[in-house]
Design a protein around this ligand. Structure first.
Ligand code: GLV
Ligand code: MN
Ligand code: MN
Length: 415
């Protein structure tokens, strides 16, 4: 034990993180690598180079997911998978996703170079478009991999400019009609392990370098299309208005209240607000709200959505606005697999790296992978718990420890 972890190259990881950090970078705004844009593509191509350098057999599926394979001594044995994503939110950080994708490649590289025999094939995956930053819902690549999309969905899902997911795939040179070929065969996959930054404060507060994830919260995404009546902001008396924004504001405040009353792990966010016509002297005629509600239990999450729908009903009546509710995504929370959790814990003990149990409030590609295989997640600390913001930071020493635990865990599972 420890042969592989000693060889994990902290400096290479640091260098690669810095190389990716400048793709889509703006000095005041962090980096923006939205799903299926040139920025995500540029980053994917760089990572493809890292996989090739690592001696992996590299290929894309027809959804744009990138894979690097290291064949085991029994090619018929189920595959041990690892990986994450390298796209970002708008004005995001340099660590979310990227840490897990690069550590996956580094782990396979060291296992390959060390020539340690392993029965199971290992595969590093860089899932495309994990962030819900363009087509409404997130984790697009891993959703396709677990067979969650139909061909019709690819025409139905549109970004705010009306570009469909199918068109975005075509622009990247992939064929949406080959969606069926993207699906992974569950009987051929042994497990999926994802390393990720914690994006919260538990590890930092407790001064513990490794989090072993027990459960992952999941979101329901709603877009609310609120229609009132545009009008003159000076000449229209207050009692003659049908202000779409005031209706939206009422709903937004209700979301905060609902989340706070249901439970500690219930969270509700209105992260998207579009006001039309968005002029200081015009009463807003239309508003679109993007709503993100999450929890680690489906019961509480569904209850929050039900309560929200009651509020929407009342607002519709009281304010005489039209409101259309579009459910963009609805995912179920998952628990990580006990035996994988135990393997990660055992590895930490052997490496003498302190660890603790943590729950993931963020979702990950692992959430989808749980539908077809056993999953595990390893977290490393986020400074001040900040993520989805340019200030996101994780020390390279912590990333190094995470990659060491990942590599040794993968090797154990593959032997
Ligand atoms: C994924 O990044 C999420 O929003 O949890
Ligand atoms: Mn994210
Ligand atoms: Mn992420």
């Amino acid at each position: 034990m420890g042969v592989i972890s000693q060889k994990i190259d902290k400096h290479r990881l640091d260098k690669q993180l810095k190389e990716l950090a400048i793709i889509g970078y703006h000095p005041e705004k962090g980096r923006t690598r939205l799903p299926y844009t040139n920025e995500e593509r540029e980053a994917v191509n760089i990572v493809k180079g890292y996989m090739e350098e690592a001696g992996l057999e590299v290929y894309f599926d027809q959804f744009g997911n990138l894979f690097g394979k290291l064949e085991g001594s029994n090619p018929g044995a189920s595959v041990v998978m690892t990986g994450s994503h390298i796209d970002t939110v708008i004005n995001g950080g340099a660590y979310d996703g990227t840490v897990g994708a690069l550590s996956a490649i580094e782990s396979l590289r060291i296992i390959n170079e060390s020539k340690i025999p392993h029965t199971h094939t290992l595969k590093a995956a860089v899932f495309v478009s994990e962030e819900a930053a363009r087509f409404g819902g997130g984790t697009l690549g891993s959703k396709a991999f677990v067979g969650d999309y139909t061909r019709t969905d690819l025409d139905r899902l549109k970004d705010l400019n009306g570009v469909t997911l199918a068109q975005a795939l075509e622009q990247w040179g992939f064929d949406p009609d080959q969606l069926d070929t993207v699906k992974g065969d569950p009987s051929k996959i042994k497990c999926f392990i994802e390393l990720h930054i914690e994006q919260s404060i538990n590890l930092e507060t407790n001064k513990i370098p490794i989090g072993v994830v027990d459960q992952i919260a999941a979101p329901t995404y709603l877009r609310l299309y609120i229609k009132g009546k545009a009008g003159h902001a000076g000449a229209t008396p207050m009692d003659l208005r049908t202000d779409a924004f005031m209706a939206g504001a009422e709903i937004a405040l209700a979301i905060e209240k609902i989340a706070k009353t249901i439970g500690k792990e219930t969270v509700g966010t209105v992260g998207e607000v579009f006001v039309k016509p968005n002029a200081i002297n015009v009463i807003p005629g239309e508003v679109i709200l993007g709503v993100d509600i999450r929890d680690v239990t489906s019961e509480r999450k569904d209850l929050a959505v039900e309560k929200l729908k009651d509020v929407i009903e009342k607002t519709r009546e009281n304010r005489k606005v039209d409101i259309i509710i579009d459910e963009i995504a609805r995912q179920e929370p998952v628990k990580t697999a006990k035996q994988i959790v135990n393997t990660i814990r055992e590895t930490c003990e052997e490496l003498e790296i302190a660890f603790m149990n943590v729950t993931s409030g963020a979702y990950h590609d692992a959430l989808n992978m749980a539908k077809i295989t056993d999953i595990g997640m390893i977290f490393v600390p986020s400074v001040n718990g900040i993520s989805h913001a340019p200030e996101e930071f994780t020390a390279i020493e912590d990333i190094h420890k995470g990659a060491q635990v990942l590599a040794e865990t993968l090797l154990k599972l593959a032997q």
